[in-house]
Design a binder for this molecule. Structure first.
Ligand code: TYM
Length: 334
């Protein structure tokens, strides 16, 4: 049996990159004997300045987005990280003692987020990958479906798990495999095809949010940056054309076609023919999710009940793992 674990931060709104790079894959991984655990990683969200009064609501909204996108609470456990925070933070501390600073120094997400002022960044932001390792290892997850930007964190997780196993001479932690799946493992900004689509980019025109209305989606796609050429007739023809490559990738991931099939369909066509089709497809996929999210959020107590149940399941898996880690590490017990 595969044990699948993944998470998203409750910061801002989820966007098309989160959906295509991760969430859509989470939904597809359900069933077929997999045990799926999907977490709202709120303890990660506080590593950057955040709004205290909006945090709890944001966690519910992300849970609603998971469900609206097709994560089925009857098949998958959905939970908020801080509801099992004592155990995640405890394991993080143990793992921190076997994480080399040199490795943390190389983490690109820290460099991106801390910017030029790294001296002033918090310890939490720096230690973030250790908490992420704990999030995964505490459930002995075998597979972690994420977008490409999380690959480095997954490598560190495997590294820390091996260090533990080696240091204590026990084959205890499962080394999780990243699952970087589908056509859109790295969705780029609609304003600049060389930059990742991100929650924090200044221009809202750079991303499609799961909460955007159909008109907003159509408008953003219409205004998306392109180049003056027609669409190529081979995938190789997208080389050096980041914006065209991104829009074709999005189309492929939304439609379930390969990039080659999409290119074949639109070969030689101008963007003015392609963009309305892309807008139509995006709206067809996103609008029902937005609508379902709105319904779910009208009944927050139902989401809370799902999250309470999810946390119970999460705790029932995590508590024995932490107890065994303590035992392996030689802590006092009666
Ligand atoms: P976060 O919240 O930034 O993003 C959530 C998921 O969305 C993917 N993603 C993208 N995929 C394709 N194109 C994009 N432009 C794009 N932007 C985001 C991310 O790869 C991710 O899968 N560190 C994690 C959260 C985390 C986690 C974990 C994930 C904490 N603990 C344990 C898995 C397992 C993060 O910041 O994701």
């Amino acid at each position: 049996m595969k044990r699948i674990l993944s998470g998203m931060q409750p910061t801002y709104q989820l966007h098309l990159g989160n959906y295509l790079g991760a969430l859509q894959n989470w939904v597809n991984l359900q069933g077929t004997g997999n045990q799926c655990l999907y977490c709202v990683v709120d303890m990660h969200a506080i590593t950057m300045p955040y709004e205290r009064d909006g945090l709890s609501k944001a966690s519910r909204e992300i849970a609603a987005a998971y469900i609206a996108a097709g994560v089925d609470p009857a098949q998958s456990s959905i939970f908020v990280q801080s509801a099992v925070g004592d155990l995640h933070a405890e394991l993080m501390w143990y793992l921190a003692t076997m994480t080399q600073l040199g490795k943390l120094d190389r983490m690109t997400q820290f460099k991106d987020k801390a910017g030029k002022n790294a001296e002033k960044a918090g310890l939490g932001l720096y230690a973030y990958p250790v908490l992420m390792a704990a999030d995964i290892l505490i459930y002995q997850a075998t597979h972690v479906p994420v977008g490409e930007d999380q690959k480095q964190h997954l490598e560190l997780t495997r590294d820390v798990a091996s260090t533990f196993n080696h240091r204590y001479g026990r084959d205890f932690f499962t080394l999780p495999d990243p699952m970087i799946m589908g056509e859109a493992t790295r969705v780029m900004s609609l304003r600049d095809g060389t930059q990742k689509m991100s929650k924090s980019a200044e221009s809202d025109l750079s991303r499609i949010n799961l909460t955007d209305t159909p008109d907003m989606i159509a408008d953003k796609i219409k205004r998306a940056k392109t180049d003056p050429l027609a669409l190529p007739d081979t995938v190789d023809g997208l080389e050096g054309r980041p914006e065209a490559a991104n829009l074709i990738t999005i189309y492929a991931a939304l439609s379930g076609l390969t990039k080659a099939q999409v290119v074949a369909e639109f070969a030689g066509k101008p963007f003015s023919d392609f963009k309305p089709k892309l807008a139509e497809l995006t709206v067809a996929k996103i609008a029902p999710i937005t609508e379902k999210m709105r319904h779910l959020l009208a009944e927050p107590q139902e989401i809370d009940a799902i999250l309470v149940k999810g946390a119970e399941t999460a705790r029932s898996i995590a508590a024995p793992v932490v107890a065994e880690v303590k035992d392996i590490m030689g802590f006092w017990k009666v």
